[in-house]
Ligand binder design. Structure first.
Ligand SMILES: C[S@@+](CC[C@H](N)C(=O)[O-])C[C@H]1O[C@@H](n2cnc3c(N)ncnc32)[C@H](O)[C@@H]1O
Length: 298
């Protein structure tokens, strides 16, 4: 399925790209936000786009790069290292930044990447295929107690212990469908009505495999440091663990008088967007402006 960018108009409206501006997309994905940034900052605005998934970079190389040339710089890197990468490019500060956290539809819909219980694929879940840990390792090697722990912490799964027990007794588990069935059997029948019973387990595994929450904190701090005075940072998150981190870091830097909140409450997609894109239903957008580069930010 084609990736439909979430809260696209809202983020670009807040960032308000200008000709000659320099912008960063921390999460290139299928390039929807990057393309819009390039269009709105024409003819001279630049975008530096990061993604830890080499397939996203390769795809943009073939599509966006051929259209926008030198105005687009693609960087295969985790966004937690974006500040260093920016300095390597001799860029010290930027006008606006987008972070659209999580996985792209392309990643979810490619069965071999192992992100989805709706497709049958290998239990991988790595965004960066060069990293070591896979979901297969956790499910087949980790202790029952450690598995229960991550399901509770990163999936907020109330049946974490039952699921962990079932996983360990069902080894070896090699595919996403196999794991989804095992999780479903471990949970009281019909308990989860609005979501698939394996949703929280898959979320927890993905977060751990990609060390998502640690990198998110580091990425946010890099982003705040990269912004010039009056520069804008927009972050789209998709679940409460991510949103809590974004909210807390924004609050901390507000107290340090480095940031001003543009919206106190998150911006949600409207009904029409949710109708057109189910993935948008859990999205939340928070935006801030940098007010004081000299503050004790980082
Ligand atoms: C939701 S998609 C972005 C979609 C994009 N905004 C668009 O409109 O097409 C998120 C992307 O961020 C990437 N990503 C997630 N965590 C990352 C990290 N820590 N560093 C760099 N890229 C990351 C994923 O590989 C994925 O391609």
């Amino acid at each position: 399925m084609e990736h439909i960018s979430v809260l696209l108009k809202e983020t670009i409206y807040v960032i308000n790209p200008k000709d000659n501006g320099i912008y960063v997309d921390m999460t290139l994905g299928a390039g929807g936000h990057t393309k819009y940034l390039l269009e709105k900052s024409a003819p001279n605005g630049k975008v530096i786009a990061f993604d830890k998934d080499s397939e996203s970079i390769e795809n943009a190389q073939k599509t966006l790069k051929t259209v926008y040339g030198d105005r687009l710089i693609l960087v295969h890197s985790d966004y937690s290292d974006s500040l260093n990468k920016l300095h390597e490019l001799d860029i010290s500060e930027v006008d606006g930044i987008i972070m659209d956290i999580g996985v792209s539809s392309y990643q979810i819909d490619t069965p071999d990447r192992g992100f989805s219980f709706l497709h049958n694929g290998t239990l991988d879940m790595r965004m960066d295929k060069e990293s070591q840990l896979t979901a297969y390792d956790i499910v087949n090697v980790w202790d029952e107690e450690d598995i229960a722990d991550i399901l509770k912490t990163y999936g907020e799964e109330r049946f974490s212990k039952r699921i962990a027990r079932k996983i360990v007794s069902s080894r070896p588990i090699s595919t996403t469908k196999q794991l989804a069935n095992i999780v479903t059997l471990a949970i009281p029948k019909n308990f989860y009505k609005k979501i698939h019973p394996a949703t929280k387990t898959f979320q927890a595994l993905r977060i751990v495999v990609n060390n998502e929450l640690e990198y998110l904190k580091k990425g946010l701090i890099c982003a705040i440091e990269m912004l010039k005075d009056e520069g804008v940072l927009c972050v789209i998150s998709f679940h409460s663990l991510e949103d809590r981190i974004v909210k807390n870091i924004f609050r901390e830097y507000k107290h340090k008088q480095v940031l001003r909140l543009i919206n106190k409450k998150p911006i949600y997609p409207n009904e029409e967007e949710i109708q057109n894109n189910r993935r948008a239903r859990s999205a939340k957008l928070r935006c801030v402006v940098k007010i004081n580069k000299e503050g004790d930010a980082v």
